[in-house]
Design a binder for this molecule. Structure first.
Ligand code: ATP
Length: 214
């Protein structure tokens, strides 16, 4: 059986310790050996990231340079069309075959709004979901039907994630890291320090590029 391959999508505008530290703890919790970061292509009708795609990728590269758990896949940025997670996962599933266990990592905020994602119910046919806690977000789903959906898929058996190819939800017991990219951008706009919120190499890059100041 191939080992569980985990993917972590995000805008990463910029990547920060809320991403890195929670996923490192998750990797310990469920024995992940490799996590692939998938920076999003933000569709034109949505608010655009402040950093360009090239700058977001550069920041991810700097953040993971000394973190061997992570690698980078830029396929969503190379497409001209909006990046729908379900389509990326279909592509990865086709590449990896039907037996490979695949997992998609999200924060609790993303779980609570997952039912708004394109073809969200098909996600469970393609992958497991590994959900990291995030401070300030409810544990219960917004409707009884969604709560029932969650309970149908939820597992407390980490080894099942490595044995089944898809279909399970793991609610992780990862530490709460109170950092968001929105807060980092706001602090920069206000001229406040972002030390301890993201890796020093990423802060240096942000300073050099003059990001999040206008
Ligand atoms: P923004 O503030 O711009 O919305 P963000 O900080 O939420 O950005 P994203 O790149 O949009 O970062 O997030 C990618 C994924 O990481 C999402 O699934 C999100 O839930 C998760 N995530 C982000 N920050 C945290 C955090 N502090 N703890 C746990 N999960 C997080």
């Amino acid at each position: 059986m191939a080992s569980l391959h985990a993917l972590f999508g995000g805008t990463f505008d910029p990547i920060h310790y809320g991403h890195l530290k929670t996923v490192q703890a998750l990797a310990q919790e469920v024995s992940l050996h490799q996590v692939t970061l998938l920076p999003n292509n933000v569709p034109p009708h949505r608010p655009q990231p402040e950093a360009s795609a090239a700058q977001r990728v550069a920041m991810v590269r700097l953040a993971i340079a000394d973190r061997p758990l992570f690698n980078l896949d830029t396929r969503e940025l190379e497409r001209q069309t909006p990046s729908y997670t379900v389509e990326t996962l279909e592509q990865l599933r086709a590449e990896r075959g039907t037996h490979q266990p695949l997992a998609f990592i999200i924060g609790q905020d993303s779980l609570l709004s997952l039912h708004k994602w394109h073809r969200w119910q098909q996600l469970m046919d393609l992958c497991h979901l590994l959900v990291c806690q995030r401070p300030g977000y409810a544990r219960a789903m917004p409707t009884p039907a969604l709560q029932e959906w969650l309970e149908q898929h939820q597992t407390a058996d980490a080894s099942a994630l490595h044995q089944q190819p898809a279909g399970l939800i793991w609610l992780a017991d990862t530490p709460l890291v109170p950092v968001s990219a929105t807060d980092i951008r706001r602090r920069r706009h206000q001229g406040l320090s972002c030390e301890d919120l993201l890796p020093p190499a990423v802060i240096d890059y942000i300073n050099h590029q003059g990001l999040y100041t206008k």
